[in-house]
Design a protein around this ligand. Structure first.
Ligand SMILES: *[C@@H]1O[C@H](CO)[C@@H](O)[C@H](O)[C@H]1NC(C)=O
Length: 356
């Protein structure tokens, strides 16, 4: 209604200034201009030929993005290419990289690790070097050409493994912030929903609820049974929804990817206390391994060893990728023997030596 009134008002003023025919032809040319723009479609399109890129920690990844401008558009020295990262809960965008002509800028943890691929005039693809676990996620490529603006989204997926985790002081003891720290301490990050979902599709079944990176709490069930939601329920990733990150306490699902180093067992000649285990690795120029490193060795390298060994968090575990009698007979798994008394002299140790 308002716009109609406005139209009358402007028509009226035009009528005062000019003859009605003149005013009409002004309107007509205005309409023609509108049609002209519509028929030519948008002047700028931004596309990616790969909506998902799969890489791994330590590698370099290229996130593809190209833009097309109408051929008649002259060069625009102020054309801007901007990459941002979408956060797990989609509430914010994190600046990654901006380029305008020769001016380039990278931000935060991406500083010094990102550049444009620069494959021709219309390439906006971003190269990220030395990928970290935190780089996982969705990235937005945005091209701004004067008044035109186009975007494309590319997901960066990392090859890796999801594992459930709770610390020495027991089950359902971590708020979200504790959970974030617990994963980092195990050379991992809090898993995303998509990562847990993929793990569930690959057969993961775990009956304790854990935090995910979006602040939700969920657990994957492939074999419905009584204590895990009921026998008559369908398999799936069960959710408690978003929980209070400060107040509520659960376990966590962590995610880790490839590492640059060597994971190995040391046990002979004798069995070790926890302190002896730590010292044994140190004498070898290594450090006692973290839970995430055992999972990565097991899942990504097929590591198999039927000897229980200490890990840095004080837990005792062993990785089995070839199930056999006395060594996880029913499934390939990282077996967990608990958090024993650190003075018990019953176990070997798993060490990790980082590559130089
Ligand atoms: C990543 O790129 C850098 C710089 O181009 C190169 O030195 C390095 O070897 C690459 N890393 C891998 C794992 O390919």
């Amino acid at each position: 209604m308002k716009s109609l009134l406005l139209l009358f008002a402007s028509l009226f003023s035009l009528c005062i200034a000019q003859t009605f025919e003149d005013a009409y032809s002004d309107l007509e040319s205005y309409n023609l201009r509108t049609i002209y723009i519509t028929e030519n479609g948008p002047k700028l399109t931004v596309v990616t030929d790969q909506a998902k890129v799969i890489s791994r920690r330590g590698a370099n990844a290229t996130l593809p993005c190209r833009f097309h401008r109408t051929p008649s558009a002259g060069p625009n020295p102020k054309l801007r290419i901007k990459w941002t990262k979408l956060t797990a809960d989609y509430l914010r965008e994190v600046d990654v990289f901006v380029a305008m002509g020769y001016h380039k800028r990278s931000y935060g943890k991406f500083h010094g690790r990102v550049h444009l691929q620069g494959d021709g005039d219309n390439d906006a693809s971003l190269v990220i070097n030395d990928l970290t676990l935190e780089d996982y996620g969705r990235y937005k490529c945005e091209v701004i050409d004067a008044l035109e603006d186009g975007t494309a989204v590319v997901s960066l997926d990392l090859q890796g493994v999801v594992f459930p985790y709770f610390p020495r002081f027991g089950r359902y003891n971590m708020n979200f912030h504790d959970a974030e720290k617990a994963c980092v301490d195990q050379d991992a990050v809090v898993a995303s929903f998509d990562q847990l979902y993929d793990a569930w599709r690959a057969g993961m079944d775990w009956c304790n609820a854990g935090w995910l990176s979006d602040g939700s709490v969920q657990y994957p069930i492939t074999k419905p049974r009584e204590p895990c939601g009921g026998r008559n329920t369908v398999p799936g990733v069960r959710t408690y929804g978003k929980r209070n990150k400060d107040k509520h306490r659960y376990d966590v699902f962590c995610f880790t990817s490839n590492y640059n180093g060597r994971f190995y067992y040391m046990g002979r000649p004798g069995k070790l206390t926890y302190d002896e285990a730590v010292a044994t690795c140190q004498r070898d120029g290594a450090e006692i391994a973290k839970v995430g490193q055992m999972y990565a060795a097991w899942k990504l390298l097929g590591f198999d060893r039927c000897d229980a060994g200490w890990l840095a968090d004080g837990s005792v575990r062993y990785p089995i990728s070839r199930p056999r009698r006395r060594c996880s007979p029913d499934e390939a798994a990282v077996r967990f023997s608990g958090f024993p008394d650190r003075k018990h002299k019953l176990y070997g140790v798993y060490c990790f030596k980082r590559d130089e």
